[in-house]
Design a binder for this molecule. Structure first.
Ligand code: OTU
Length: 631
């Protein structure tokens, strides 16, 4: 079927209806923003998506009156932030930016515990904190909080909504922007909308994709991927109360919302703005690729997903413009640039560069950077005020499938056997340094790998072997990956615990509520004892000190600004990645087990990570890196 979204030529913004009694200054500000472009985009996209649907006009009115009402109730401090960010819209591209991602309970027990650890984050140089889902989840299994029962209540085990708002404010005062997940592809099956649907309310039944029998599901299923093939096979779940099949891309208790329904758009758009009003400055748009379904496709990255994103961005740009949208689209790189938007309007400010992350791990296993060089060469230059989110690990598995297009090889690159790479990290091979586990891989198929970065880099094995040299190499590997994330242009984001080389959490194996879900392997509780005295817990002290040094160097390097030009240089050795940022900075990363000599093109250079090294040629030790500055 042909995509249905075409831009409406020459569309202009309809007038912005504002409630009477709105503060005149705010009304003027909103109107000016609306007329600067977002109003026309929102009207066009909403009309294209929903104009033909019953109730579209009511939905439009409800959308704008809700949004204006929320703008009127937005905290003055946040209005001030909106104005400030308008002056410097590329603030998050700064090389002083550093992200940190963690679960609230694993890091601080609850919101107040996180507040008490702000100094730790500041000590690392963190400026953006992504707290994994903290809203009220469904009872029982809830996919690590990604099955939300109520978007307006927090998980009571973590504190109260006031605690969250207070935490956001404290973070802001400390120079840290709070990020949170907006789980907009699905709700939990005990969300009020799902409960109403089960009770037979037709309005809410229409919030989900519900089918009386297997006919339509089977047709879709023929071309759909499997996200959790072992623990949640299939994309539809039979629900007894609905007496029907409901679309469940992820777990059976996560019901996909039907975004072709304008009421769903309005409900989730309002959820977005309410979340922003609580002080959340960055919204991680979870599983964004899956929002729109089209028969005969994999139901990912459909054109309507981009129309929805343009509409959401337009709303944010009018009603909460200090807020950033971050795309969590774990898709091959060729499908990623559209998530930043284009000629039809802007979409997200940030997107996870999962191909880069995954290619770095693949290159580490292979001792050959061809895959990584190719991904970097093909990574497009982004428009202004857009940036990649670069990372090493996160709360999910490393999903190898995003690399499928690169793995077939190219003119310059040989094919890569991702099955071999996944096997390398699976923890059972003698020729490997890694202690990971396969995630959702049936019969040796390629899917994902679980594990903390430290253990995937070999720190666990080196510790067990009591081998100082192996330990030093494992530490170098961990820092090598973070070095790439910090140098290649983006917002580098640490995963909790990596800064002290925290290893896998095997305890989940004994927990009947979690043992079926391998991703818990890399969701340990922060080890505050180790953090308090890292040198007593080798190699935590070295990792922490070197990581901090890298962050400090990066902060002052304008060459490492996210928008500074990037070029992969020919290194003459397959284990090296050589990355020029402008003409004053070259990052040299050795992914192989042998030392390599590298001579920069011309001139004399010095290594910013090792003040003693200066000259025209450099020896990069196994898994070592040099950050060379000209002069
Ligand atoms: C996201 O992830 C979250 O990050 C996961 O933690 C959730 O389980 C999932 O959504 C459902 O809410 O497809 O494009 O390990 O990479 O499930 C995003 C697999 C996703 C994840 C995948 C994922």
């Amino acid at each position: 079927m042909k995509p249905t979204i075409e831009p409406t030529p020459g569309a202009t913004a309809p007038p912005l209806p504002l409630p009477s009694g709105l503060d005149p200054a705010l009304a003027a500000t909103l109107t000016a923003r609306w007329e600067a472009g977002p109003g026309a985009v929102l009207a066009r996209e909403f009309t294209n998506l929903y104009g033909h649907r019953d109730g579209a006009a009511d939905a439009w009115n409800a959308l704008l009156s809700t949004a204006a009402g929320l703008a009127a109730r937005r905290d003055p401090e946040l209005h001030a932030l909106d104005a400030e960010r308008a002056q410097r819209p590329d603030w998050f591209l700064d090389p002083g930016m550093l992200g940190y991602s963690t679960y609230v309970d694993r890091f601080g027990g609850g919101f107040s515990g996180v507040t008490a650890r702000i100094d730790w984050l500041q000590g690392l140089g963190v400026r953006y904190l992504h707290l994994l889902p903290f809203l009220r989840p469904r009872d029982g299994d809830n996919d690590g909080g990604f099955a939300v029962s109520d978007y307006d209540e927090v998980d009571p085990r973590l504190g109260t909504m006031d605690d969250l708002v207070g935490l956001a404010r404290r973070l802001r005062a400390s120079g840290i922007s709070l990020g949170a997940d907006l789980v907009l592809n699905h709700t939990a099956d005990d969300h009020a909308w799902a409960v109403a649907a089960r009770a037979g309310d037709p309005r809410y039944r229409a919030f989900y994709h519900v089918y009386p029998d297997r006919e339509v599901p089977d047709r879709f299923e023929a071309t759909l991927p499997q996200i959790f093939p072992l623990t949640a096979p299939g994309n539809f779940t039979h629900d007894a109360a609905l007496d029907a099949w409901v679309w469940t891309t992820f777990y059976p208790f996560q019901w996909d919302l039907d975004w072709s329904n304008p009421d769903v758009f309005v409900a989730m758009a309002a959820t977005l703005l309410r979340t922003a009003n609580r002080g959340v400055e960055v919204l991680r748009l979870d599983s964004i690729a899956f929002l729109w379904k089209r028969q005969g496709t994999d139901c990912m990255n459909q054109p309507e997903v981009h129309a929805i994103l343009r509409a959401l961005r337009a709303l944010v740009d009018v009603f909460a413009p200090g807020v950033l949208l971050k795309a969590e689209a774990i898709v091959p790189m060729r499908d990623l640039p559209p998530y930043f938007g284009g000629a039809q309007g802007p979409e997200c400010h940030l997107a996870y560069h999962s191909s880069l992350m995954t290619a770095a791990w693949a290159s580490l296993a292979l001792g050959d950077t061809a895959m990584l060089r190719r991904v970097l060469r093909d990574t497009p230059t982004l428009g202004p005020c857009c940036s990649w989110l670069t990372y090493v690990r996160c709360h999910d598995d490393i999903g190898w499938k995003v690399l499928a297009p690169e793995a077939v090889g190219g003119d310059r690159e040989p094919p890569v056997d991702l099955g071999w790479v996944a096997g390398f990290y699976a923890g059972s091979r003698a020729d490997s340094f890694a202690d990971g586990r396969p995630f959702q891989s049936a019969d040796g198929g390629v899917h994902g790998t679980s594990g903390m970065a430290a253990d995937l880099c070999g720190i666990g094995r080196a510790q067990r072997a009591g081998d100082p040299r192996a330990m030093a190499e494992a530490v170098d590997r961990l820092l090598l990956l973070y070095g790439v994330a910090m140098c290649c242009g983006g917002l580098p984001t640490l995963y909790m615990g990596d800064e002290i080389a925290l290893g896998n959490d095997l305890a989940f194996d004994d927990d009947p509520g979690r043992r079926h879900e391998g991703r818990w392997l890399h969701r340990p509780a922060m080890d505050w004892e180790r953090a308090a005295d890292p040198h007593a817990h080798a190699p935590a002290g070295v990792v922490l000190a070197r990581l901090r040094a890298m962050v400090a160097v990066r902060r002052d390097q304008s060459a490492l600004h996210a928008a500074a030009p990037r070029r992969v240089l020919d290194a003459g050795n397959p284990s090296l990645l050589v990355l020029a940022r402008g003409d004053q900075f070259i990052g040299v990363f050795n992914f192989g087990p042998r030392a390599v000599r590298f001579a920069p093109p011309v001139d004399s250079w010095h290594d910013l990570l090792d003040a003693s090294v200066r000259g025209m040629s450099f020896v990069v030790r196994p898994w070592g890196q040099c950050w060379l500055e000209r002069g």
